[in-house]
Design a protein around this ligand. Structure first.
Ligand code: TYD
Length: 140
């Protein structure tokens, strides 16, 4: 993994190693080998309605690795003090999003697919969906 940009201590944009030949390109992501956590869950967002934004939550414990495997989208990350954003526009880029970071996803291109690798199974109790609650917990 090549570090492209550090947004916060626990949030950074990386370039994946790409195995390319004349047939095309391949990226392999392996839990605890080239990712900093074991992968417990994979989900992906696709078929987004034009102009629809997603996210608007933080996770108390969950770590995630986001890859826009097709098309592009913008991910906004907020640590409760500062807001940073990154354009995910290539399948060779991965964004590590650690815990206690508010995220918003927007400006999906038509047909974009955002894949997320996560460190734990889905658990609604891990979500903070209210921004003021997030700020109060993040600033503790
Ligand atoms: P939500 O987290 O609101 O999506 P986003 O943050 O991308 O806008 O999830 C939408 C719905 O899907 C919500 O009812 C919870 C459900 N869901 C699962 O059942 N499993 C999952 O792994 C995820 C991410 C969501």
């Amino acid at each position: 993994m090549q570090l492209l940009e550090r947004l916060f201590d626990n949030c950074a944009l990386y370039r994946h190693p790409v195995i390319a030949d004349d047939r095309g390109s391949l990226v392999a992501l392996e839990g605890e080998r080239n990712l900093p956590f074991a992968i417990a869950r994979v989900y992906y967002l696709f078929g987004g309605a034009a102009g629809a934004d997603r996210g608007f939550h933080a996770h108390r414990q969950l770590q995630q690795w986001a890859v826009c495997v097709s098309g592009a989208c913008t991910i906004v990350v907020d640590d409760g003090r500062e807001r940073r954003e990154v354009r995910m526009d290539s399948a060779d880029k991965g964004l590590l999003i650690g815990n206690m970071l508010w995220r918003e996803m927007r400006d999906f291109t038509p047909g974009a697919v955002l894949m997320v690798l996560a460190s734990a199974p889905y658990d609604e109790a891990d979500y903070i969906r209210d921004y003021d609650t997030f700020l109060a917990e993040a600033r503790k």
